[in-house]
Write a protein that binds this ligand. Structure first.
Ligand SMILES: Cc1cc2nc3c(=O)[nH]c(=O)nc-3n(C[C@H](O)[C@H](O)[C@H](O)COP(=O)(O)OP(=O)(O)OC[C@H]3O[C@@H](n4cnc5c(N)ncnc54)[C@H](O)[C@@H]3O)c2cc1C
Length: 364
């Protein structure tokens, strides 16, 4: 059996890869040699991420200063030059003056980037740093032994519809590690298991559902390069918390989406239908005219805030990113009302230095 890894990261999203890279760097600086691996169930890094996000570039500049020049990202990063907020009322779009728009929604120093490409790039940075990155490996459960998390058990691969073994059958394997980092995203199976075992937050987690599409245009789109816009009002009913967005990824590509809190009381309210109603609004349709959808997807966003975060640092494991429910609500999209100040979240996020320290304490 393979000896336990020093660190296993489950989930190669932005959270898992950034943690792995930072941790490896800290260990290198401390002269500590770590065996590290990141596994993800996606067929390739970035394939389970929805493209087109507006992000604060500062953490990336700090983590990997050359990111803007890499071949996967160069010419694909669009600095925000125009940041608008509209209220959609009937067939009209009323521009909300900058002075009264929430400051947390100010994206003037941010950039629009394809998250899937960014994740692909971060995977190359991790590999260059000596971290093993494996795609197509799905972790099914935590190994809990001796009061610690000891790693994960993978699912069986190659079963037919009746549960019989196909030629590519692979039995459920175990990957053991001294520290397991769970970065399995929103509603992640393993971070849920950890919460069930060690304790959830004071409040139950609350979620929004996001529907997103990337639209491509033959010529320059009417929306305009370097522009992001957020929309309140139509098509959502007054008592449904949420909104819509459009981000220009470049002169010929726009990411467009709708986010709505998952606590609506209407049995016939369908996020995809609401999203299509948004795209059909006269003002929006004009901005998107001539575009075709080339990619789309939907997923949840944790937004329960500080009191919905359970144990995220337990013996042998920690949880990071959306799996921890530690979305920075002040920067969450259209529906972002901060429940607690951002600094509190910063304090909550586990500093990789504590992992390096824990590894030295546990010994070889
Ligand atoms: C519609 C929408 C719009 C958004 N827009 C923005 C935006 O503009 N700006 C912004 O900053 N954020 C945005 N977000 C949020 C952002 O996408 C997430 O916060 C971010 O992706 C979280 O990163 P993560 O690494 O924690 O999780 P994820 O990106 O979800 O990555 C988790 C990874 O874990 C893998 N995984 C899960 N379970 C397992 C398992 N059992 N075994 C192996 N692998 C597993 C998955 O395949 C995935 O690759 C948006 C989200 C949505 C839904």
């Amino acid at each position: 059996m393979r000896p336990p890894l020093d660190v296993l990261v489950v989930g190669a999203g932005p959270g898992g890869l950034a943690t792995a890279i930072k941790l490896k760097r800290l260990a290198d600086e401390a002269g500590q040699e770590l065996s590290m691996a990141v596994i993800d169930k996606a067929p390739q890094p970035g394939y389970h991420n929805l493209s087109g996000a507006v992000v604060d570039p500062r953490p990336l500049d700090e983590l990997t200063p050359a990111w803007r020049e890499h071949r996967l990202l160069a010419k694909r990063i669009s600095a925000v030059e125009q940041d608008d907020m509209f209220f959609l009322l009937g067939s009209r779009a009323i521009k909300i003056p900058e002075l009264v728009a929430p400051s947390a929604m100010d994206h003037s120093d941010d950039v629009v980037v394809s998250i899937s490409r960014l994740v692909g790039y971060l995977a190359t940075v991790a590999e260059d740093a000596g971290i093993e990155v494996y795609s197509g490996f799905s972790a099914r459960e935590l190994i809990l032994e001796g009061g610690r998390v000891q790693g994960v058990r993978l699912g069986e691969v190659g079963l037919d519809a009746d549960g019989g073994h196909m030629p590519n059958y692979r039995p459920a394997e175990e990957i053991r590690a001294r520290v397991t980092v769970l970065a399995d995203g929103t509603c992640g199976v393993l971070s849920e298991q950890l919460r069930e075992h060690y304790g959830a937050g004071v409040n139950p987690q609350a979620y929004s559902l996001g529907v997103k599409a990337v639209m491509q245009f033959k010529d320059e789109h009417p929306f305009g390069a370097g522009r992001v816009a957020h929309f309140l009002g139509y098509p959502l009913p007054q008592d449904v918390f949420g909104g819509c967005f459009m981000y220009a990824m470049d002169a010929k590509t726009v990411a467009v989406g709708l986010i709505m809190a998952l606590d609506w009381k209407y049995g016939d309210l369908n996020p995809q239908v609401e999203f299509e109603r948004f795209r059909a609004h006269p003002f929006v349709a004009q901005q998107l005219s001539g575009g075709v959808t080339i990619a789309s997807g939907a997923r949840t966003i944790p937004e329960g805030g500080y009191y919905a975060i359970g144990k995220i640092n337990v013996p042998g494991a920690l949880v990071v990113g959306d799996g921890a429910g530690a979305s920075k609500l002040s920067k969450a999209e259209a529906n972002g009302t901060p429940i607690v100040p951002a600094e509190k979240f910063e304090a909550l996020l586990v500093d990789p230095a504590t992992v390096v320290a824990e590894l030295s304490e546990v010994g070889q």
